[in-house]
Design a protein around this ligand. Structure first.
Ligand code: ADP
Ligand code: MG
Length: 245
């Protein structure tokens, strides 16, 4: 059995008095691709953000690589170096070139040598078809290109886990496919462990080893990918899938 990269045990999350995540339990093994699905407002982003310390939780544990995270900011900063995250909005630094955006974390934070980091960055840029863009500034890129750079920037840190939160939601339709293809390739070729939140159901079905279906802050289903799409166990999941057609 592959090693357990992340485990969540009895996690509960409130925003002030509002209880938004209830008894969350799951674990993800190395190389597994889990899609986190559910209606808008069900708590997907909140859950993802709890996994790398961007949101505090009030009960339960996150266990990363077998070690319970003691949730101090200092510990989370260390763990975030091993967890890549890409959001809906690409937050590239506008005053830095593509290459400098990518090198910042590996060189400044992880103290990789600049030469080594650059070789790695160029390899990753070629993988996403943007090898000719290293000296370009973010404003010169399309939304889809920015999002591909954001993915490269996260991968440059050699993460053990990647979190994707609706990375195509703000893209023009013609840009979506290219970004999804990169994530699919990553899922298939690199054995990357990842949690993917998406509204693209065909894509979800194609990449998911397992689906977590969230509603109102509860995990209603945890099933193998093909099974979830062919034969959801709950009426809520059925209704959700029908609404996404
Ligand atoms: P999803 O990503 O599935 O759309 P979210 O995690 O964004 O869901 O939201 C889950 C619930 O928490 C929603 O009811 C939302 O309104 C609420 N929520 C999200 N962020 C905050 C916040 N910063 N403060 C208070 N409530 C929030
Ligand atoms: Mg969200």
């Amino acid at each position: 059995m592959a090693k357990e990269v992340i485990k969540v045990a009895n996690l509960e999350k409130y925003y002030q008095k509002r209880h938004v995540l209830h008894e969350i339990n799951f674990s993800i093994h190395e190389g597994e691709v889990v899609t986190l699905l559910g209606p808008s407002g069900s708590g997907k982003s909140t859950l993802i953000r709890c996994l790398n310390g961007l949101e505090p939780y009030q009960k339960g544990d996150v266990i990363f690589n077998g070690e319970k995270v003691v949730p101090t900011e200092k510990n989370w900063q260390q763990i975030r170096q091993k967890i890549g995250m890409v959001f809906q909005s690409y937050d590239l630094f506008p005053n830095l070139t593509v290459l400098e955006n990518i090198l910042l974390g590996p060189v400044k934070v992880q103290h990789q040598s600049r030469e080594e980091a650059k070789v790695n960055a160029e390899r990753l840029l070629a993988q996403v078809g943007l090898q000719d863009y290293e000296n370009v500034y973010p404003r010169q890129l399309s939304g889809g290109q920015k999002q591909r750079i954001a993915i490269v920037r996260a991968l440059a840190l050699k993460p053990e886990l990647m979190l994707f939160d609706e990375v195509t939601a703000s893209l023009d339709p013609e840009m979506v496919r290219g970004v999804l293809n990169i994530i699919s390739n990553l899922a298939q070729d690199s054995n990357m462990t990842m949690i993917v939140v998406t509204h693209e159901m065909n894509f979800a079905q194609q990449i998911a080893d397992r689906v977590l279906f969230l509603e109102d802050g509860h995990i209603l289903e945890q099933t193998k990918g093909d099974q979830f799409f062919k034969q959801p166990q709950t009426d809520r999941a059925k209704a959700f899938l029908e609404s996404m057609d």
